[in-house]
Design a protein around this ligand. Structure first.
Ligand SMILES: Cc1cc2nc3c(=O)[nH]c(=O)nc-3n(C[C@H](O)[C@H](O)[C@H](O)COP(=O)(O)OP(=O)(O)OC[C@H]3O[C@@H](n4cnc5c(N)ncnc54)[C@H](O)[C@@H]3O)c2cc1C
Length: 109
């Protein structure tokens, strides 16, 4: 399998990147996961690491109407610093969409 991760990957052993207690736990866990989700411990399976932080460490500030100090720009979701996962990103997207609709309605009045 060819990884699609950008900017690219370098093949290696995770033993050189993670402490022993982590790789030991992974070695223990993968066969267990494979029993529930077949393919998890496949010899061709690729692990991509190491992800040091999954969410944005910065947050673009926004006002009560979800706009940034650049009017009309609605910073939203993970990259803007308002979410850390799929659900929180989706909910924040809905929050911003509602704020945008509200703003449009107010403008029409
Ligand atoms: C490997 C991995 C595993 C994950 N696993 C989980 C998990 O199990 N559970 C969980 O809850 N979360 C998980 N997450 C986190 C979750 O995927 C993100 O938090 C979520 O997708 C963020 O949603 P978003 O809409 O804020 O951003 P994104 O989903 O990144 O959407 C941003 C969009 O903007 C587009 N874009 C970027 N720049 C531009 C531009 N200049 N012009 C136009 N479009 C642009 C991108 O193409 C993209 O489609 C995982 C993340 C990764 C990387």
């Amino acid at each position: 399998m060819t990884p699609s991760y950008r900017p690219g990957v370098k093949w290696g052993s995770l033993d050189g990147c993670l402490p022993g207690f982590v790789t030991d736990s992974m070695r223990e866990a993968l066969p267990l996961l494979d029993r529930k989700l077949k393919g998890f411990a496949d010899p061709d399976a690729v692990l991509t690491g190491v992800e040091t932080r999954s969410s944005s460490p910065v947050r673009i500030e926004r006002d009560g109407g979800c706009q940034s100090n650049l009017a009309g720009l609605y910073p939203c979701g993970e990259g803007a610093g308002y979410a850390g996962g799929i659900m929180s990103a989706a909910v924040d997207g809905m929050r911003c969409a509602e704020a945008l609709i509200e703003e449009k309605i107010l403008r029409l009045r």
